[in-house]
Design a protein around this ligand. Structure first.
Ligand SMILES: CC(C)(COP(=O)(O)OP(=O)(O)OC[C@H]1O[C@@H](n2cnc3c(N)ncnc32)[C@H](O)[C@@H]1OP(=O)(O)O)[C@@H](O)C(=O)NCCC(=O)NCCS
Length: 308
């Protein structure tokens, strides 16, 4: 089979097939609309989506990359159908994507699944790892937001339409190693399947923002969730879950830095002690670790093309 495929620029239909496949075989948390959100976040020239396709048009594998200015690229959604794994399709996808990522002076960031992490170190030179892991935390039996009401801080939580998006982007930049991600932030907060909120202090300054979006298998995935402190994070989580009566009953997920004990406390309270550990990703890269203000990160925006 491995000689019998081509690698092409992926269409939306290819992406939808990948969403169905990776949900069924690996329970990844994705949404058809992510494709359009990425296009808005990066524009046509700063992201590439590649599909390995059989002669009958079926999608055998997928990978994508994006570029953040000034010198960062990310690689994600690296996937091959189980029955075609181990035949070299993945490596060929990686070789092709390297045409975009192997650029002088650019650092590549990957949120690698735990069992692939060593291979990315030894075979791809992603030898540096963040000093935190990205834990996948699940609440499966419903969340009771009244259990965190006493922790909610003295902040005002509003809808994103009530705040100038430039103010949210400036807050993001202060967390995200001073990298301007304004288009990325705007695109993800306006994801068609997301509920998004902003926290303001008494002076109207942004002190946190967050969103949760519907993903496959009817799950609700939080991200981003950035906040100055636990009280602000509690306020955002509560406001988002209380926005719609159906939200807190869903299977809820967070990709959160393993160093964030405050989030763990909040999830233990919300779930009545039934927060479940769903494994972890390793944030790894070629160059320097970015000075991300990690204590303010309660959930990353998305693990595929965000660099945290
Ligand atoms: C990871 C995955 C995409 C690899 O695709 P594949 O077609 O099976 O890969 P290949 O046949 O080209 O790989 C040959 C070997 O190189 C390894 N390899 C594949 N891609 C690699 C990469 N980018 N870097 C380092 N090693 C890699 C494979 O694990 C395999 O290792 P082995 O010889 O020790 O068994 C595929 O196994 C998969 O879809 N896994 C489930 C989803 C997943 O975990 N994706 C990774 C998310 S970070």
């Amino acid at each position: 089979m491995s000689s019998n495929f081509t690698i092409e620029e992926a269409t939306f239909d290819d992406w939808k097939r990948v969403v169905d496949l990776c949900t069924e075989t690996d329970r990844w948390s994705v949404n058809y609309d992510d494709f359009h959100v990425w296009k808005k976040a990066f524009g046509e020239d700063k992201a590439r989506f590649l599909a390995a396709k059989a002669s009958d048009g079926d999608v055998l594998g997928f990978v994508c990359t994006a570029k953040f200015d000034p010198n960062i690229n990310t690689v994600g959604m690296y996937y091959v159908q189980p029955k075609y794994r181990g035949e070299g399709i993945g490596m060929q996808l990686c070789e092709r994507i390297a045409q975009y990522t192997r650029v002088e002076g650019q650092n590549t960031y990957v949120n690698g699944i735990s069992y692939m992490s060593e291979k990315y170190v030894s075979r791809k030179g992603l030898q540096n790892c963040a000093n935190w892991k990205l834990s996948l935390l699940n609440i499966n039996g419903g969340a009771d937001t009244s259990k965190i009401a006493h922790l909610v801080g003295n902040v005002k939580v509003v809808n994103i339409s009530d705040v100038d998006v430039a103010k949210i982007a400036a807050y993001d930049q202060s967390v995200a190693a001073n990298i301007d991600r304004s288009k990325f932030v705007e695109a993800w907060l306006n994801h068609p399947a997301a509920w998004s909120k902003v926290a303001l202090d008494g002076n109207g300054s942004v002190v946190g923002y967050g969103a949760a979006r519907l993903v496959t298998l009817d799950r609700l995935l939080f991200g981003p969730l950035y906040a100055n402190d636990k009280a602000t994070a509690a306020a955002l989580i509560k406001a988002i879950l209380d926005h719609d009566t159906n939200l807190s009953a869903r299977h809820i997920q967070f990709f959160s830095p393993s160093t964030n004990d405050d989030l763990l406390d909040l999830l233990e309270l919300l779930s009545g002690g039934k927060c479940d550990d769903g494994g972890y990703l390793v944030s790894q890269f070629r160059g320097q670790q970015l000075p991300i203000d990690i204590k303010k990160v309660f959930a990353i925006t998305e693990p595929a093309l965000g660099f945290f």
